[in-house]
Design a protein around this ligand. Structure first.
Ligand code: ADP
Ligand code: MG
Length: 373
């Protein structure tokens, strides 16, 4: 993957180079290459069984790759045992020692490393400050809330100052509200200490809100690596378009070649247009992806609607008002559903719309992303 570090001629901080992992006949990770920079908060995102944990565990050294290698700061660590890597893995809070208080839990690894007592005490205090648990040092894990326990686990994982912290679905056991609060704390802590974090999650909203970059995995492959906004605006394929946010997919058939080439909507027979310059073959099937907030909605003009690209008529079949935003569904005359999201305000015309009304939906060329698979 060509990136900034390559162009400037220096090695990336963490380089994953053609890594594969096979368990008997299961390909858990298939030829993944990825560079991560120092200080990134990188999220590995994907459905269950896509290979996220296996990739993370190979970075930790808990799993040996079948092929490929891993470098950290230009050092090949592929055959280095976990405890000798500058890497640590944060486990979920239930892995805390129940009989030890918070301070002792955090100090555990430092004691094993034979740090001098005063240094351990200073480091523990520093970490308690970092995770905002200064008042809780003497409590046992069962005297803490779920979110607090999670922060103790984080402090413990950071105690030996790893260069990379790996987190495997660390927040999945927390309820929604607590999870969002903990996400914010995690981001703040990561910013403050500047350590590289690599987190596995299957929750796209979590990845979007936390990550500096997201790597999407699907069936053992790393499919796309992008910053959240770019991933949302330029998904590489249908799977990612649907996985990262909501999307309308319009199937199209390519007709003709050169300047006369058109994309005909399979669903409506109308013409689909985008600004993209992808080279297409006559007869090829493609998809045009449009986000719900980029679809425009109007009352259907009286009489025959003008035939225009990226425009069709239908009926309004669902309105879900959620305060700040409203979700609308239009069923096109062909039966194809289109989702529309309207935020902030409805204008006069839209506000009068009600279920069953005849409407016209359209989208601008620049709102349409062309996908070939
Ligand atoms: P994810 O974390 O994305 O849910 P995993 O990395 O845990 O996915 O697993 C990827 C695939 O590898 C799955 O099919 C899983 O069953 C398989 N797998 C993972 N670990 C092992 C193992 N130790 N032995 C056999 N198969 C495994
Ligand atoms: Mg997993």
């Amino acid at each position: 993957m060509a990136d900034k570090a390559d162009r400037e001629g220096r090695a990336p901080f963490l380089r994953i180079h053609n890594i594969s992992k096979h368990f008997a006949d299961v390909k858990a990770v298939d030829d993944v290459s990825l560079d991560i920079e120092q200080g990134e908060f990188f999220c590995l995102l994907g459905g269950s069984g896509s290979g996220k944990s296996t990739l993370l565990r190979m970075i930790a050294g808990l799993e040996t790759p079948t092929s490929g290698h891993i470098e950290i700061e230009n050092q090949d660590v592929t055959d280095v045992p976990p405890w000798k890597r500058p890497v640590n893995m944060m486990f979920q809070s239930y892995a805390l020692f129940p009989h030890m208080n918070v301070e002792k839990n955090i100090a555990f690894g430092l004691k094993q490393d034979n740090w001098p007592k005063p240094e351990i005490a200073a480091r523990v205090e520093e970490l308690l400050n970092l995770v905002q648990l200064n008042e809780y040092g003497k409590r046992k894990p069962n005297q803490l809330s779920g979110g607090q326990r999670q922060r103790v686990a984080l402090a413990r994982a950071l105690a030996r100052k790893p260069k990379v912290l790996l987190l495997d679905e660390p927040l999945s056991a927390l309820d929604k509200k607590l999870r969002e609060e903990t996400q914010r704390q995690l981001v703040a802590i990561q910013k403050e200490i500047g350590t590289t974090f690599i987190m596995v999650t299957h929750d796209q909203e979590e990845a979007m809100s936390i990550a500096t970059r997201i790597g999407v995995m699907d069936q053992a492959k790393l499919v796309q690596v992008e910053a959240p906004r770019e991933m949302y605006e330029r998904p590489a394929n249908k799977m990612i378009a649907g996985f990262i946010g909501q999307v309308n997919l319009f199937e199209g058939k390519v007709k003709g070649t050169g300047k006369a080439q058109k994309i005909i909507s399979v669903d409506t027979g109308g013409i689909l247009e985008t600004l993209e310059k992808t080279k297409l073959e006559d007869g090829q099937t493609i998809w045009v992806a449009v986000r719900p907030e980029r679809v425009l909605l109007k009352t259907k003009p009286k009489g025959r609607a003008a035939k225009a690209a990226n425009k069709s008529s239908g009926k309004l079949t669902d309105i879900m008002y959620l305060g700040g935003i409203t979700h609308i569904q239009v069923t096109l005359d062909s039966g194809h559903p289109v989702r529309i999201t309207i935020s902030e305000h409805w204008d006069e015309d839209e506000a009068k719309l009600k279920l069953g009304d005849a409407v016209e939906v359209s989208f601008e060329k620049r709102a349409a992303r062309l996908l070939v698979d």
